[in-house]
Every structure is written in structure tokens, then in C-alpha cells.
Write a protein of this length. Structure first.
Lengths: 445, 107
């Protein structure tokens, strides 16, 4: 199914006419494109503009608050899978008892609509958050985190509507605050590995919600060329941060230190920088900078300059060992960002080749973008094609989190997907009587 | 399907929620494209600059009297100012006397 056909239903235009391009223009010569347009597309365009298509029938849908299906564990799972309501793994059957246990961990009305989720234009309700939380295998006490994640998902700066695009990046969730320990999120060794209920099930919830409520189903609205599996939630090591006096990453999103917070952003991939050695910042930072630059200076540069420009936010995960060493040398997260902005650079000719020649962005070059006021002068300090230019527009575009194995000196870098998943943070609001409710939920552990 | 005694019984709920959008009726189609003005909207993907140029040529061989408004007049419908670009469309299309729109390119 084409994206236009899939998205048109949720956008209220199920019979909008489309014309077909044979093959992919990106892999065709000008002559091939012309031939395909002449043989197929031009005639279709003329016809679609002059002939009314048949009216598409409206499809009735179940009520969200009536019993939808009844059966045994396998029957429920089979039905959900066959109707594209699950990710292929077994789900926990969302019964009223289980849903209500989740609803007990929020003060909000189950039918409250937090917003409308594109492209399916479905209501993001508290009820639907609980249902998908149950299915994902979350515990009821994770509900305040789940609600906050959906609020963040609805933030227009994040851009949920872009979640089915070609690069197929996947969202990373980063947690801050006391809730990390209260809900037993892993924030040390193997922080991105499955095996920890909170990290794993909340990560799965995200993808189920993106499927079921936003409407991103593979082969329909989700057009990822390859895609990623959903990511396990990570959390910062706030004990280390407190010890060395560094700020948590939620500060970057305007949320004060000590608050419970989520951050979401989409990344197309990442890379481990194993055994980053050095007893001083000057010894250690070149390796980190080199790894970050190599990962983020390919097609991601479309998010630095051009139509999607000024939105690239590469993320670095520093192990506690590195953070402590840098801190001993008097560095803060801001000093790391300054260093990266000064040193994570590529030759201007390489930058321009990537976008103009390889990614085929037609209206584009550094000098022109600077002349138009779209990018800072640092990109155009001379006309030397070998001059080094940064991979982001400002030092504060770099993001840094401290997490991972406290006993290893490795780092991890993420390739960001710019405005098609821009970093967004939200404070987590806990329900009244949180402590007692949490204690009761944990009493049987 | 296993219906063994320890498979349980569950009354479960739908994980989706109601759509919040009303259906938009298609505008009436044009009787002819002769003498009509057709706007091009581009998301700056998939060689659309070439596709629109060549498509325009092909359509003009079929409908010589058609006139196109180039995508350059409207901006990128898939860039970081896309909301502003799309919001400005109704007024721009009206001011330019546009009769129909071709918007692309998706996959």
C-alpha cells in the first residue's frame, strides 16, 4: 500500500486520487524518468484531475470501552496479531481489571483526550495508554511515565507524524529523577540491553502506542526502508552526576535537576566507541570526537543545513568513568559540547558533496545558505573548499548523558534524525498518594 | 488454536481509540485541463525537481493550453517550515487563480 493510500484514511480523505511513478526516480536516469512519466504517470494525472473517483466506503470500528474480544490467552494473541494490534510478541490480555489497575496510578479521567495522534487522527486517551501499557507487559505503577511519554509524543516539535519515514529511525527514551530508582530502571551496566522489566516494557509500550494509536503499521503508514526494533528505555546515572556536580540531560529541555522527567528523540542508529582511553580530556576527547563525527556526517547533515536545517542533535552516552575523569580535570557537560563544536568538523567540500551530489538536494550550498541567513558564519569563513565546518549549528546542539557500565571506559554515540524526531522533554507528574500506592504495588514483590 | 483448560478466558479491550477527523469530500473534478492553472507542490524528495519538470512537459503534449505554477513559488512542504508553508497555501492558491494541485512525491 502506498503512503498516500494509507495516510489518506486517517486524514479524512480516503478517496483522494493518486498517480503512480514507476520504480524510484532516485535510481533512474533523466531519460528513464521521462519515459516512465510519458508511458504511465502523465495520463493518470490528467485522468485524476478530470474524473471523480469512486467514493470510498467508511469503515466502522469497535468502541474503545466495550469488550472487543473474548477468548483464551492464545486466542486473544492470535486475534490481536491477525488484526495488526500487536508487534508479534505475545501481549498481556488487556482486561478491565488490569486496565483499571493502571488507571489507579493516574488522577486523570480515563476518557481525557491528551491530543490527536497523526496520521490516524486518533484520540490519545488515558484509557488507551492504560490498554497499551497492559499489553506491553508494564506494571501499573509505570502509568505516570507512560502518560508523560504520550504527552511528549504529541509535542509538535517532536513530530510524531514523521515516524513512518524512509530512514526508519527509532525513538530513544531517557529518564531523569528519583523515579529511576523508585521504578527500578537499569541505569548502569547493559543499560540498553533487554532484561530489566521497567526499561524493556516501557520501551515496548512506546512502539505499541505508535502502532495502535498513531497508526504506524509496516507496509502501510510505516515506510521505513529497514527500521529498528523499539529501543529499551535508558536512564542517567544520577548518583554519579550528583557526585561530580554535573547537570542531568533534562536541563537541556528546560526541566530542573531533581525532577522526574522523560526525554524522547529519534535516532537512526548508533555506535559503540569501545575502550576510549586517556587519563586527561586532551587524550580521551579526540577518539570520542572522531567516532561522533564519522557517525553524524553522512546523510544526517541534511538536518544541519537546508530544508530540515538547524535540527541535528547528536547524543553522546558517556560512561561514569569518563564523566568522573573529565570532572576531575574541571570539565562540565558544557565544556564537552564546546570541544565537540570546535573539533567535530569535516571539510566543506565533503559536507557539500554529501548533500548536493549524494543526497540530491537541489537548492543547496553552504555559501548560499549563509548568504540567506540560514546558517551561522562558521560555515562560510572562507571560500576554501578544504576549510573545516561543524556538523551542527551551535555547541548546544550536542547532547550528553552519563550512563552505562561504571566499570568500563566506553562511550556510545547516536545518529539523530533531526526535526523528524526532535528532542522533547516532559516532567512526570505523579498521582496523589504516590508513595503509598507504590508501596502497595510492591508489597507482593 | 490451543483451547486447553489452562489457557484462561479473557474479555479484552481494543487498543486503538476513535478517530477525531471528519471526512472531507473531494472537490469536483475539472471538465477539462485546457486553459486551467495547475500548481505543483513538492516535498523536496525523490528527484521531484526533475519529475515535475518532465511531467509538465508530458502533460503539455496532451493538454497544450494548461498552465503550471512551479513548486518554487510555495516552498518545501516537508521542511522545517512546513507548517507555515502549508498554512499559507489556501491564500496563495486563491491569489494565483489555481484550479488544481499536484502534490508529491511519496512512496
Amino acid at each position: 500500500m502506498t503512503l498516500a493510500a494509507a495516510a489518506s484514511v486517517g486524514l479524512g480523505m480516503p478517496d483522494i486520487p493518486t498517480a503512480t511513478l514507476r520504480g524510484h526516480p532516485g535510481a533512474q536516469s533523466r531519460e528513464e524518468i521521462k519515459r516512465n512519466l510519458g508511458e504511465l504517470t502523465a495520463e493518470q494525472v490528467v485522468k485524476r484531475l478530470t474524473t471523480m473517483p469512486p467514493v470510498a466506503l467508511d469503515q466502522s470500528e469497535p468502541s474503545a470501552t466495550d469488550i472487543y474480544f473474548s477468548g483464551g490467552f492464545e486466542a486473544v494473541n492470535h486475534h490481536f496479531y491477525k488484526n495488526e494490534l500487536s508487534d508479534g510478541l505475545p501481549i498481556v490480555p488487556p482486561t478491565r481489571e488490569r486496565i483499571e489497575a493502571f488507571l489507579d496510578f493516574t488522577d486523570r479521567d480515563p476518557q481525557e483526550i491528551l491530543g490527536v495522534m497523526l496520521p490516524d487522527s486518533r484520540a490519545a486517551t488515558i484509557w488507551s495508554i492504560a490498554v497499551n501499557g497492559v499489553m506491553a507487559g508494564c506494571r501499573p505503577e509505570y502509568m505516570p511515565v507512560l502518560v508523560t511519554l504520550v504527552e511528549a509524543m504529541l509535542d509538535p516539535h517532536y513530530g510524531i507524524e514523521h515516524s513512518g519515514n524512509t530512514p526508519g529511525g527509532e525513538t530513544l527514551i531517557v529518564l531523569n529523577g528519583p523515579i529511576i530508582r523508585e521504578l527500578e530502571f537499569n541505569y548502569t551496566q547493559g543499560v540498553m540491553r533487554d532484561g530489566f522489566l521497567a526499561n524493556t516494557s516501557v520501551g515496548r509500550f512506546w512502539r505499541l502506542y505508535v502502532r495502535n494509536v498513531a497508526g504506524f503499521l509496516p507496509h502501510k503508514n510505516d515506510k521505513a526502508t529497514y527500521g529498528n526494533t523499539w529501543r529499551v528505555v535508558i536512564a542517567e546515572n544520577e548518583e554519579v552526576l550528583a557526585r561530580i556536580g554535573w547537570e542531568p540531560i533534562c536541563i537541556d529541555n528546560g526541566i530542573a535537576k531533581g525532577k522526574n522527567a522523560v526525554m524522547i528523540a529519534r535516532y537512526t542508529g548508533g555506535n559503540i566507541l569501545s575502550s576510549v582511553s586517556g587519563s586527561t580530556p586532551e587524550e580521551m576527547m579526540p577518539y570520542l570526537t572522531d567516532g561522533l563525527t564519522k557517525l553524524s556526517s553522512s546523510w544526517q547533515l541534511v538536518f544541519t543545513v537546508g530544508g530540515h536545517g538547524n535540527s541535528l542533535r547528536p547524543l553522546v552516552l558517556l560512561s561514569p568513568i569518563h564523566a568522573e575523569m573529565l570532572s576531575r580535570a574541571g570539565w562540565t557537560k558544557q565544556d564537552i559540547k564546546k570541544y565537540l563544536f570546535a573539533h567535530a568538523r569535516v571539510p566543506a567540500w565533503q559536507f557539500e558533496r554529501q548533500l548536493r551530489d549524494w543526497s540530491q538536494k537541489p537548492i543547496w550550498n553552504l555559501a548560499e545558505e549563509y548568504r540567506l541567513g540560514h546558517i551561522p558564519e562558521v560555515f562560510c569563513e572562507s571560500d576554501d573548499p578544504n576549510r573545516l565546518v561543524p556538523i551542527v549549528c551551535t555547541e548546544n546542539d550536542f547532547m550528553i548523558a552519563v550512563t552505562g557500565d561504571p566499570a568500563r571506559n566506553s562511550a556510545y554515540v547516536f545518529a539523530h534524525q533531526g526535526e523528524l524526531g526532535y528532542p522533547v522533554g516532559r516532567e512526570i507528574h505523579l498521582p496523589k498518594d504516590w508513595a503509598n500506592k507504590l508501596a502497595a504495588a510492591r508489597s507482593n514483590d | 488454536m490451543n483451547q486447553s483448560g489452562n489457557d484462561g478466558h479473557y474479555d479484552v479491550y481494543w487498543p486503538r481509540s476513535p478517530r477525531q477527523v471528519k471526512r472531507t469530500q473531494l472537490a469536483p473534478r475539472l471538465n477539462t485541463l485546457e486553459g486551467k492553472v495547475v500548481a505543483q507542490l513538492w516535498d523536496f524528495l525523490f528527484k521531484g525537481d526533475q519529475v515535475f519538470e518532465l511531467l509538465e512537459e508530458e502533460i503539455k503534449t496532451r493538454v497544450p493550453g494548461i498552465r503550471f505554477v512551479n513548486w518554487r513559488e510555495f516552498g518545501n512542504t516537508h521542511g522545517n517550515d512546513e507548517r507555515e508553508v502549508v498554512a499559507a497555501l489556501p491564500a496563495k492558491l486563491k491569489a494565483m487563480g489555481v484550479d488544481a494541485v499536484i502534490s508529491g512525491i511519496g512512496a
